[in-house]
Design a protein around this ligand. Structure first.
Ligand SMILES: *Cc1c(COP(=O)(O)O)cnc(C)c1O
Length: 412
């Protein structure tokens, strides 16, 4: 007899009950929240964990002998293990708590200052968020390394033959996002990682936008560094994760000095603590880390396959509806994309549409989405970006499309 393990049936109406914010009204209309690529909403299960922490066991970790401190330490370290399992890392000390993706990238970029030499090359993709561009430019300024860019095509997909041509024994580091926040493109990171390793380069993947939709397996990917933010995956702001292979984390120097990251301090010399504490100076976001663990429990219970299947339907539905609007152009049309739609309407500034539909209770993002090089490529000031999560519905998409049409009629 075969046993089939089934996920909970996916029921969006039930799921929506977990998110108190989805009950509110904005400007007299029920909120339609389509800005999930900027930050996701928080389910009651995670809010409860935050309230419980501050109500019952708020204390500083690792240093206290008292009960509250031990409870907080245990919960924080259990969250680290949850994150380790979620990303399938070998060891829990390969999981470094950060304040978010940006912090994780800066930690690694700072560490490579001691490793790179003048003339070394590092490669970035054309599809990056500013947080995965600027720290590397700063690294190049410090070291004399040279930044190369993998170009993209009209669909918003990376041109992989150009990547092949950029790789050489000079390449020391490659960094790329797993999924583009501006266009939703899913990048071929397996190929990017394998090819970088063939020339001996390390790879950092920015998973900020991927983690709400997929469950990355860092071991299978054989990636050197993987970073993400809790707030895009139903967790709180101000906490994130840096996964690093142990050998790399041993090699990199600490990023910040302070309490918790030392083994011994004298005025002559300080020796650093082992992993992960070497990279966790000062009091961390303890409650945030614990809530991050609760957020992972929450999304894993819904299941990533169910999330992807459902979001794919939302994406197809919204794409079809939007394309019926005259003069509307979608940017980012790669076959391999997630539930993000970036678009413009001929002759209208994206900001104007965003402002009008906000009056109708609809939250979208307008602007360059921290990815100005992509906007430059398309020669536009920005786009309107609607990004869907598993708690959104086709009825919300109908209201959104109606609102866009209304805005268009007002503005043209
Ligand atoms: C949101 C985002 C970031 C930045 O994340 P923070 O939480 O603001 O540090 C970086 N890269 C991508 C692809 C993102 O979507």
């Amino acid at each position: 007899m075969s046993t089939v393990i089934q996920n909970m049936p996916f029921d969006v109406d039930e799921i929506r009950k977990d998110f108190p914010i989805l009950k509110r009204e904005v400007n007299g209309y029920p909120l339609v929240y389509f800005d999930n690529a900027a930050t996701s909403q928080t389910p009651q299960q995670v809010i409860d964990v935050i309230v419980d922490y501050y109500s019952n066991y708020n204390a500083n970790i690792h240093r206290g002998v008292h009960t509250l401190s031990q409870e907080a330490t245990d919960a924080y370290e259990q969250a680290r293990v949850k994150i380790q399992k979620h990303f399938n890392a070998d060891k829990s000390h390969e999981i470094i708590f950060t304040s978010g993706t940006t912090h994780g990238i800066n930690l690694v970029a700072n560490g490579f200052t001691a490793i790179l030499q003048e003339g070394d090359e590092i490669i970035v993709s054309a599809l990056e968020h500013h947080s995965n561009i600027v720290p590397w430019q700063m690294l190049c300024e410090r070291t004399g390394a040279i930044l190369k860019v993998i170009p993209m095509n009209e669909e918003g997909a990376l041109i992989m033959s150009a990547y092949d041509a950029l790789l050489s024994e000079k390449t020391k580091l490659v960094f790329c996002n797993h999924i583009s926040n501006a266009l939703g493109t899913i990048n071929p990171i397996e190929e990017i990682i394998t090819k970088a390793h063939m020339v001996g380069a390390a790879v950092l993947i920015d998973g900020a936008q991927a983690c709400p939709h997929v469950k990355p397996n860092v071991k299978e990917l054989d990636v050197d560094f993987y970073v993400a933010s809790a707030h895009k995956m139903c967790g709180p702001t101000g906490v994130g994760v840096l996964y690093g292979k142990e050998e790399w984390l041993q090699k990199l120097p600490p990023y910040q000095g302070g309490g918790e990251m030392i083994a011994e301090v004298t005025f002559e010399k300080t020796t650093y603590a082992g992993l992960p504490h070497k990279f966790e100076a000062g009091t961390p976001n303890i409650c945030g880390g614990i809530a991050f663990g609760a957020a992972l429990d929450y999304i894993n219970k819904i299941g990533f396959q169910a999330i992807q299947d459902y979001e794919h339907k939302l994406l197809a539905y919204a794409t079809e509806k939007l394309l019926q609007i005259d003069g509307l152009k979608i940017y980012g049309t790669s076959a391999n994309k997630t539930s993000v739609i970036s678009f413009n309407i001929d002759g209208i500034h994206p900001y104007d549409i965003g402002t009008i539909i906000d009056k109708l209770g609809i939250a979208v993002r307008t602007g360059h989405h921290c990815a100005q090089p992509i906007m430059d490529y398309f020669n536009i000031p920005g786009t309107i970006r609607a990004s869907f999560a598993f708690y959104n519905t086709t009825e919300e998409i109908d209201r959104f499309v109606e609102a866009v049409v209304k805005a268009k009629n007002m503005l043209l």
